[in-house]
Write a protein of this length. Structure first.
Length: 82
């Protein structure tokens, strides 16, 4: 069994109100020196059987069509090793 992680983030030119809100709260909470915060999503997929290139291609398709909105988000697929 393999684990594949899909990280989804808003594209750099898309406004991130949640990230801005967190960034604004940091100094009040005692955290200084942070110049920017961007909020995203992380999906961890447990894959049954062997993780082949074909299976990875299916996961990339899943990331592009279901897990992210390609108009406003970028995604990255990472295979975690044990």
């Amino acid at each position: 069994m393999a684990r594949v992680v899909v990280d989804v983030m808003l594209k750099p030119d898309i406004l991130d109100p949640q990230g801005k809100a967190v960034h604004g709260a940091l100094p009040r909470l005692g955290f200084d020196g942070i110049s920017e915060v961007r909020q995203g999503k992380r999906f961890e997929l447990e894959v049954d059987g062997e993780l082949t290139e074909e299976r990875l291609a299916q996961i990339r398709s899943l990331a592009e069509t279901v897990l992210s909105n390609p108009v406003i988000e970028d995604y990255a697929v990472h295979v975690q090793t044990a």
